[in-house]
Design a protein around this ligand. Sequence first.
Ligand SMILES: CC(C)(COP(=O)(O)OP(=O)(O)OC[C@H]1O[C@@H](n2cnc3c(N)ncnc32)[C@H](O)[C@@H]1OP(=O)(O)O)[C@@H](O)C(=O)NCCC(=O)NCCS
Length: 208
Amino acid sequence: MTHQVSRSPFSKPFHMKTLGEGVSSRPQRRHTLPASEFRNLTPQDAISVFEIEREAFVSVSGECPLTLDEVLNFLSQCPELSLGWFEEGQLVAFIIGSGWGKERLEQEAMTQHIPDTSAVHIHVLSVHRHARQQGKGSILLWRYLQYLRCVPGLRRALLICEDFLVPFYQKAGFKDKGQSAISVANLTFQEMEYHIGGAAYARRNSGC
Ligand SMILES: CC(C)(COP(=O)(O)OP(=O)(O)OC[C@H]1O[C@@H](n2cnc3c(N)ncnc32)[C@H](O)[C@@H]1OP(=O)(O)O)[C@@H](O)C(=O)NCCC(=O)NCCS
């Protein structure tokens, strides 16, 4: 929907080319794909997203956080709350979020996007299996949290995760809010919260 897309702090989709790039005064040739690119996802990315997600979760728990239809819904409704990392045009890691209006996450948060709220629900962070344990998950999460500072009105990021990933999210600055009310196929989760602070400072210094 145009309304939600327009909430993105960027006039164009999130697009940063950084890692390993030098600064050159020569005109850029456009015949090669960027080595590394971060941008908001679109519904056209849904298949690539789902392939990574399926491999990451189905073999482990038999369940994906998001079905293909849900991926498509969220990337249509709130693309500005997603972020993908592409290397030479291939998706290697992604985050999908949606808006949520209550203090704690509830079962309905799994399928709903509530527009114009102060919290983002991070549904899934996933890294392609060939790219794991190289710091990419942490870097993408960090960039996403920085990016959220520029999205007007956002104050908190929430997610649920299994116990074994609590230290991973704590390292990124999330606080453990205790056991979540949400359960999926007999799995229980911890709810994690991140305060998106320093917005004014971040906006002044990040070109938001
Ligand atoms: C979890 C995930 C996003 C981490 O991304 P990554 O790029 O591999 O992680 P990084 O290299 O940035 O950081 C590695 C740290 O992640 C944590 N971690 C990653 N996978 C883990 C696992 N299976 N069990 C416990 N800790 C894990 C550890 O803290 C690890 O640090 P260590 O190697 O010092 O123990 C990635 O492994 C993945 O996509 N897993 C499958 C999908 C998933 O579980 N997503 C999260 C829930 S939505």
